[in-house]
Design a protein around this ligand. Structure first.
Ligand SMILES: C=C(O[C@@H]1C=C(C(=O)O)C=C[C@H]1O)C(=O)O
Length: 414
């Protein structure tokens, strides 16, 4: 399990407890389950920062049906934030971790661990940690919704927006299958993604692996934060990055896509906040494969601070992955895509016993298929916001650009 950005974050393994859930109540169930679980453990947290003490990783389904959501409490978590490093264990320190700490008796929840890097290197040398495996060659094939099927779905959505007029924006996605000649080691993907997308949150929860640029919510005490993305350009022709950036900022279509996404997040987050700051103008987030319009929304929570999972329930899905109005968009997504998004475009991240934590939107990701046998198989997803003046061919190309991070990570392209 992983949630890492520019070297900071959490990496966990083992399973001390797990919840599988689905349906409309999935967030409430996850929140209650986690609070009940935390209430029955003795916590010895010497650090007291967000992410120290017991944490749960969560990866929630995009849709109410048929998706499966999962919450996992790892047995061991290594964390790093602003120069502070810690190790958390649940129960007795497992064998693989014991040599890391000077005194294994003190490696309970939240003990700071200095000699971690040295210990990890020793364990690797001693063969206690399996080396990362290369997935071999990669072959691609159509997913449930092919690129041509996707083009058609976009065209149908555009027609409906122009003719019926009950929908302002819808986000449509499609999938792609990749088969590797060797079983897939999620650490191979994670390492490559983290190296190339430092500005993104590299995550892995129960086989869903990716590097998302979009932070749905971060809660840290009374502070809440979100990085809303919508509106995209990608390298094409001989346009330079500056030219692309100017094109993005001036594009009415992209600006309106962005406005719907920011509005939906702000409207659903505002009831939890005493103050909420929404920038008047978006900025541009540059990534290797695409550029996005971005708005950093910040707020101060009210006295009865809702937990991260409760707020996540309220804001999901924003119009960055659903649409406007939300109910009509979500219904039409199911009809036009005709596939199960699973946990793609759902919230993914972690929460601690205080209800703090970070959740991103699971984008630029792939679901590792457990039943692949001797090969590895993953299902990649990518989608785009569609408005009445979208061009289906351009949306197919945009989705293609959004598949790139995982494709290149799978193929080990430097
Ligand atoms: C839906 C995806 O990305 C979202 C859609 C965007 C857009 O349409 O411009 C931009 C960023 C994300 O909010 C995806 O990557 O699959």
């Amino acid at each position: 399990m992983s949630w890492v950005r520019a070297g900071d974050g959490l990496v966990g393994w083992g399973c001390a407890a797990r919840l599988d859930t689905s349906g409309t109540e999935r967030f409430t169930e996850a929140d209650t389950w986690w609070q009940d679980w935390v209430a029955q453990v003795d916590v010895d947290d010497e650090v007291g920062l967000p992410g120290t003490g017991p944490v749960a990783f969560a990866s929630m389904a995009f849709a109410e049906q048929p998706g499966r959501s999962v919450v996992i409490v790892p047995e061991v978590v290594i964390g790093q934030r602003d120069g502070v490093r810690w190790l958390t264990t649940i129960g007795e320190p497992p064998e693989a971790v014991a040599p890391v700490a000077a005194d294994p008796g003190t490696t309970r929840a939240g003990s700071p661990v200095e000699p971690l890097a040295a210990g990890a290197a020793e364990r690797l040398a001693a063969g206690a940690v399996e080396p990362v495996r290369h997935p071999g060659t990669v072959r691609y094939s159509d997913g449930t919704l092919t690129a041509t099927g996707y083009r058609q779905a976009v065209a149908d959505a555009v027609r409906r927006m122009r003719e019926v007029g009950d929908l302002d924006k819808i986000v449509l996605a499609h999938d792609l299958l990749a088969t590797t000649s060797e079983p897939l080691d999620s650490r191979f993907l994670l390492r490559n993604l983290a190296a190339r997308y430092e500005n993104c949150w590299t995550f892995a929860v129960d086989g869903l692996v990716g590097a998302t640029p979009e932070l749905l919510l971060e809660r840290s005490g009374r502070l809440v934060r979100s990085r809303v993305l919508a509106g995209t350009v990608w390298p094409r022709g001989d346009r330079g990055f500056d030219e692309l950036e100017a094109e993005l900022l001036m594009s009415g279509k992209n600006r309106s896509e962005h406005e719907y996404a920011t509005q939906s997040l702000a409207d659903s987050l505002r009831p939890f906040c005493d103050e909420l700051f929404v920038p008047g103008e978006p900025e541009v987030l540059r990534l290797r494969n695409v550029m996005h319009l971005a708005s950093n929304v910040t707020g101060q929570l009210g006295e009865d601070r809702a937990t991260l999972l409760r707020m996540t329930e309220a804001v999901h899905p924003t119009a960055a992955v659903g649409g406007t109005p939300t109910p009509q968009a979500v219904k039409l997504i199911g009809e036009l895509e005709g596939m199960d998004r699973g946990r793609y475009a759902g919230p993914v991240g972690w929460t601690d016993s205080r209800g703090d934590g970070e959740v991103g939107i699971a984008l630029r990701c792939a679901q590792i298929q457990p039943e692949a046998g001797e090969n590895g198989q993953v299902r990649l997803f990518a989608g785009c916001g569609i408005v009445a003046d979208s061009d289906p061919d351009l949306e197919v190309a945009e989705a293609e650009a959004k598949f790139l991070p995982v494709r290149e990570a799978l193929e080990g392209i430097e």
